[in-house]
Design a binder for this molecule. Sequence first.
Ligand code: COA
Length: 217
Amino acid sequence: MNINIVVADEKHYKYAEEICETIYNSAIVRGTGIAKRTPEYIQKKMDQRQAIIALDGDTFAGFCYIEKWQNGEFVVHSGLIVHPDYRSVGLAKKIKRFVFNYTRKKFPESKIFGITTGLAVMKINSELGYKPVTFSELTDDPEFWNGCRTCTNFNILQSKENKMCLCTGMLFDPKAQKEQDDTTEKNAFDKKVILHLKKIKQAFLLKPAKKEIEKLH
Ligand SMILES: CC(C)(COP(=O)(O)OP(=O)(O)OC[C@H]1O[C@@H](n2cnc3c(N)ncnc32)[C@H](O)[C@@H]1OP(=O)(O)O)[C@@H](O)C(=O)NCCC(=O)NCCS
């Protein structure tokens, strides 16, 4: 299998219908709610270079898109889909890594989030550094949550005033990640210094003993 993952553009408009159908049919099979997407919306995302497509030659294999909220304070990755013929070989992982790296380059200050009921996505997001959070940590733009209106669970979301639902929110916060990286780096440095000091101390303590042994000879 030679799958190519790229940022989608006008060339990929022809896949929009199949993408929507695959997302919808997969949700029915899973018996879960899903926000419905229209081919026009998928094409708009391609137009904005905010969509990622995976192709096996000319055959559609996978997809995901990006949306910006609150002037770019938040970016969400949505509509992740791998065609049933291409599942369980690590393609979702590759698409998510691609879209994650692309987003980090394009919007380095943005918090990246997703909402999902799927274990596969939770696993992939965790590997990328996302943390599970309550909806209070995600965008409060009502337009984002309105995107859930075609989901079968929308009445639950509405009754909880967009504060919770059946999906788990997962967030990658670049600032929190940097702080964590800095702490890890500092801890590694501290460990090195302590080890070095221990060695000096050991050498110092051994010196008199060595002299005593020399005296005996
Ligand atoms: C969910 C989906 C994207 C996974 O795609 P995939 O290419 O088969 O996933 P990968 O092969 O990259 O697997 C990634 C990880 O998830 C695990 N995984 C895959 N499918 C899984 C499933 N149905 N249940 C639990 N774990 C699953 C894999 O074992 C792997 O874990 P590992 O790193 O511990 O080995 C695909 O099944 C799909 O399109 N489903 C329908 C749409 C959907 O659910 N989208 C997500 C909406 S948020």
